[in-house]
Design a protein around this ligand. Structure first.
Ligand SMILES: [Zn+2]
Length: 271
């Protein structure tokens, strides 16, 4: 199989982790809102919410066959914030993904503090992040929400509020199992921090790779001009992508960007 241009997660990760996490949510919470702390309790994993400064977002500790999850509310706000929930799901990922648990119990990879929310370059961390998004947004319920609805940015917002997840986690989930191809680009200080797209999104290469958010995009204008429109804007293929012909250049796309401080999150799609 052809490798993705962007090694954010492999195709196997996307399939296997989704199956694992969605089945856990459907088992413990077939109807209701998913509460990661209840899943921990049912698996004899203890946990604590504490103030641990800037050291990490969360941590899964293993000692004498017992597991304990630490959630750092200094960094995540409070126990029921979106980021706390997401981090809790991430630590559960280190428990439920076999290779992670084995690495921990065998002492190969001792407890490490996690920085969650798709910010880590480490593959195990991204797998745990993806596990968390699948756990909090189980496949069948996620799909039934947008079934037969035409894609627009509002769908991502509505899904995020329904599942109690961040916009970026929700958009990435939609990349994997949505009903319309989208591209998600996270910008930081004018550069591309990460990007990921649906498998069938037609363009795989950004105009400047990860070096720079292209200037004529919504996110680019935020970094260059401080402009931050609240609405969905039209952009052209040549604005975002590495294009090969004049016909391609003027293909129409939509971009909706959320811009806060040094960060942008752009969702890009075609009609
Ligand atoms: Zn981690």
């Amino acid at each position: 199989m052809q490798q993705r241009t962007n090694e954010f997660l492999t195709r196997d990760d996307v399939i296997n982790i989704n199956e694992l996490a969605s089945s856990i949510s459907d088992y413990y919470f077939p109807e209701s809102h998913i509460d990661p702390s209840v899943i921990a309790t049912k698996n004899q994993i203890t946990f604590s919410y504490g103030n641990y400064d800037d050291s990490y977002d969360g941590l899964l500790e293993h000692f004498n066959g017992k597991f304990h999850i630490y959630i750092n509310i200094d960094k995540l706000g409070h126990a029921y914030s979106k980021r706390s929930r997401f981090t809790f799901g991430h630590e559960l990922g280190h428990y439920f993904i076999d290779s992670h648990r084995v690495a921990l119990t065998s002492g190969k990879s001792p407890s490490h503090g996690s920085f969650t929310g798709f910010v880590s370059k480490n593959r195990a961390e991204r797998q745990a992040d993806y596990f968390s998004s699948c756990l909090l947004m189980p496949e069948n319920r996620f799909k039934s929400f947008y079934y037969s609805k035409k894609f627009q940015f509002r769908i991502i917002e509505e899904l995020a509020s329904k599942f109690g997840t961040s916009l970026s986690a929700t958009a990435l989930r939609f990349c994997a199992i949505g009903n319309h191809p989208i591209l998600v680009v996270c910008g930081f200080k004018g550069k591309v921090k990460w990007y990921w797209s649906s498998y069938d999104f037609r363009y795989k290469w950004l105009k400047y790779g990860k070096d720079k958010i292209p200037e004529d995009t919504v996110a680019g204008e935020y970094f260059e001009l401080g402009r931050s429109p609240k609405t969905t804007e039209e952009v052209f293929a040549m604005d975002w992508f590495n294009i090969k012909s004049e016909e391609q250049a003027i293909e129409k796309f939509y971009e909706h960007a959320r811009c806060v401080g040094d960060y942008t999150l752009s969702i890009i799609w075609e009609e």
